[in-house]
Write a protein that binds this ligand. Structure first.
Ligand code: AMP
Ligand code: GLY
Length: 425
């Protein structure tokens, strides 16, 4: 089969890597892709936000499956257009993608489905925000209602900073913010593949959202991830499916907007039990990089079964017992406006580290074919090993061979988990 992967990040590079290793897949095309993907597969230019362009490309290529990586095209209805034109695709409809497109909508669905989440108030004025901040107390959590590429959330003890963030969000047309109670405890990302009925969970991973070591500084799209979580309770995945994913999938079906694709459950394991922090309607980046590093089963049959409604007939997924760690190499000034256009050196040397590989995110080739930085998160370097310590060693050995002027990365990805310093709830 031929698969078209839509997107240009390390998440999509990870999808391309797994699909090219899948015996059932004859050809993979990425659009628009990046300098890493174009080393192994054909990359085609496309405006991922234009449903007609994506559908025309899929038809021209005679793609048997289109996998849509990022949330924005899903929220814009690209999956709907593909399906109308008879192109099978992995990813939810525009209506179902509202689970990520609007945090207020997600809260409403969770309330109907009795899914445990933070108490929250949707506010449209600063007075309402002020009231909500007072009633929940510090630390304050203020979220832009709409899509914000992982940067719409402010968690702070500083009430004025919380109000300032709310003011910026409210100033946009249709501005709405969600003010929430603060959730303590470690976070978990669990990707649940669903065809609208059956839910198949992948293995859990943990993401590092803050830019700085020790979780200092502002939120980012994610600076690193690891899997497995040695500290997680044994029944965690079953509990998340039973209390979160299945009730949400059932509620979406009941509403006449069935959800197919991946429901990314972002949770906090609090002292009072699991709570949903957020839903996303696509794979997490960088968590997917470590989850796929552990997947043994062919990826294409899993994604296709979600589209065909046959997940109940899929053989159980097989996983490697080994560990995977990914470290994001970010451009100078990320998560602010990143510096771009710098040569990225050491890629071959990094790829030579045993059990490690380099996935590209914001990269492109310049006029002479040199790989240069082209975004905030530039690379996602993956290391695998028998345990988290071994995987960390390999990931950092590879990161240390990368040469990108002004770049930064966290040195503490998976460090506390490897030392046994994390406890759940
Ligand atoms: P979101 O975009 O909703 O995923 O939020 C981004 C990040 O902000 C999360 O991964 C958490 O680290 C943090 N966050 C969001 N909501 C809360 C909350 N209610 N309590 C504590 N931290 C939160
Ligand atoms: N790593 C977080 C996200 O993909 O939203």
């Amino acid at each position: 089969m031929k698969v078209l992967v839509i997107g240009s990040g390390a998440r999509e590079h990870a999808l391309v890597r797994s699909l090219t290793e899948d015996p059932a897949v004859d050809a993979v095309v990425a659009a628009p892709g990046n300098a890493g993907m174009d080393a192994s597969v054909l990359c085609r230019a496309v405006d991922v936000m234009d449903p007609d362009q994506v559908a025309a490309l899929a038809t021209e290529l005679a793609a048997d499956l289109v996998v849509i990586g990022p949330e924005a095209p899903l929220v814009a209805g690209v999956a709907d257009t593909l399906r109308v034109r008879g192109v099978p695709c992995f990813g939810p409809s525009r209506a179902a993608a509202q689970l990520e497109g609007s945090k207020a909508f997600a809260k409403e669905v969770m309330a109907s489905a009795e899914v445990p989440t933070a108490m929250a108030r949707v506010c449209t004025t600063l007075d309402e925000v002020d009231d909500a901040l007072a009633s929940f107390g510090a630390p304050h959590v203020v979220k832009d209602d709409g899509l914000a590429a992982g940067k719409g959330v402010v968690v702070t003890d500083d009430r004025q900073a919380a109000l300032d963030h709310a003011a910026v969000c409210l100033a946009r047309s249709d501005g709405r913010v969600v003010v929430e109670e603060y959730l303590d405890g470690p976070e978990v990302s669990l990707f649940c593949i669903t065809d609208g009925r059956t839910v198949v969970p992948l293995v859990p991973a943990q993401d590092f959202k803050r830019v700085g070591e020790g979780d200092a500084g502002p939120n980012t799209g994610g600076m690193g991830a690891y899997s497995p979580l040695p500290w997680a309770p044994k029944d965690l995945v079953d509990e998340i499916v039973a209390r979160v994913a299945q009730p949400t999938v059932d509620e979406m079906a009941r509403r006449g907007t069935p959800f197919s694709g991946v429901l990314y459950c972002g949770l906090a394991l609090t002292s009072r039990g699991i709570r949903v922090v957020e839903f996303n309607v696509r794979f997490g980046d960088p968590e997917l990089q470590v989850v796929l590093a552990r997947l043994v089963s062919p990826l294409s049959s899993l994604l296709l079964a979600a589209e065909n409604g046959t997940l109940d007939a899929l053989p159980p997924l097989r996983w490697r017992d080994s560990a995977a760690v990914t470290v994001v190499v970010a451009a100078e000034n990320y998560p602010g406006t990143p510096r771009t256009g710098d040569p990225v050196g050491g890629l071959d040397e990094a790829g030579e580290v045993d059990g490690a590989w380099v996935l590209h995110a914001g990269t492109r080739r310049d006029a002479v074919g040199q790989v240069v930085s082209a975004g905030g998160r530039v690379l996602s370097v993956v290391g695998t090993g028998a345990d988290l310590d071994a995987a960390r060693d390999r990931a950092y050995a590879a990161v240390d061979r990368i040469d990108l002027s002004g770049s930064h990365h966290r040195r503490d990805i998976a460090a506390r988990a490897a030392k046994g310093e994390i406890s759940a709830g």
